[in-house]
Design a protein. Structure first.
Length: 319
């Protein structure tokens, strides 16, 4: 019994965010259904899924903004229902929508949030220095007049100003340019190196590979929880990138009409295709030639996290 208790204490010390059987509904809409998850201390963990998958509801429960219907969750050992005051002191939250005061300047917003948490910009400057230096030239500009990338950096500074143990970021890169997205992830890597636990959500599948582990979420359910490499390694099919002289619409229609094609989705200039085991690439190429396709290129490729997500969804629909 003593050994079991000690093991539990050790696990708790290593766990930053703990979710058990968490559920939330809005009327007849089941936004989140029986989710369970453990996020380790210092981990950069991603919730990956499309809009409406349930990501924001998870964040709103973890930040104590709404109560769960069922289940429990804790952050750094504090229960999201009983210990909501402690959680609010030690968690930094960046919601999906820009929620700072748009008529206040950059410096005024930062000073305001520091004051709310009983601290100052100077006291925790070491944590926000790398980010704040990028927006410092605009310190007297109103927040509403900033670009999308600058708003994002200001919001992150405000979420960090009280030196939180855990950072919760709900789709922080949505609506910003590619360069700003890249810069933002570089900032997250630096924060992780300082020991901050980060839970981040995104609809961009290409961002999944930047996380230590990810949970694929759809319809309020976790489809798979693993490292990005582990999810890709579990892809069970041979995947082909295919293109032809015809436009994507006709190519997809012809592929999906073939009985031996298991799946076909557009990915940029190519279709990503899998075949049933009783079919061969030569049979598919012959079929496409008969359909009038020319200049066909068909190459085996390694799957991405997005390919895995689509495959898991397909399996779920079939079952």
């Amino acid at each position: 019994m003593l050994i079991f208790t000690f093991a539990n204490l050790l696990i708790n010390k290593m766990t930053s965010i703990s979710i058990h059987n968490l559920s939330k509904s809005y009327g007849d809409t089941h936004a989140v259904q029986h989710l369970s998850l453990e996020v380790k201390k210092g981990e950069l963990f991603g919730l990956i899924g499309p809009d409406g998958a349930g990501k924001t509801t998870v964040f709103r429960m973890l930040t104590t903004l709404i109560l769960p219907d069922e289940g429990t969750a804790s952050i750094e050992g504090w229960d999201i229902v009983k210990d909501y005051k402690e959680i609010r002191k030690h968690v930094g939250y960046m919601p999906g929508r820009f929620s700072l005061y748009q008529d206040l300047t950059v410096e005024e917003n930062l000073t305001f949030f520091a004051t709310v948490f009983g601290t100052t910009i100077a006291e925790n400057y070491d944590l926000i220095k790398d980010i704040y230096e990028q927006i410092k030239p605009f310190s007297n500009r109103r927040a509403g007049k900033l670009s999308g990338g600058m708003k994002q950096k200001l919001a992150l500074c405000c979420a960090l100003i009280h030196k939180p143990k855990v950072l919760l970021l709900d789709e922080p890169t949505t609506g910003v340019d590619v360069v700003s997205r890249k810069e933002f992830w570089e900032m997250l890597f630096r924060l992780k190196a300082q020991g901050v636990t980060i839970l981040v959500s995104t609809p961009y599948m290409d961002e999944a590979k930047r996380c230590d582990r990810i949970a694929l979420i759809q319809g309020g359910h976790f489809l798979r929880v693993d490292t990005p490499e582990g999810i890709v390694a579990g892809y069970p099919h041979t995947l082909f990138a295919l293109r032809s002289s015809k436009d994507m619409y006709h190519l997809l229609n012809d592929l999906r009409s073939h009985a031996h094609v298991r799946s076909a989705f557009s990915f940029g200039e190519n279709c990503h295709v899998t075949l049933w085991t009783d079919s061969t690439p030569d049979e598919l190429l012959h079929y496409l030639n008969k359909k009038g396709h020319t200049g066909i290129e068909m190459t085996p490729i390694c799957p991405s996290v997005e390919d895995c997500f689509m495959d898991i969804l397909g399996e779920k629909e079939e079952s």
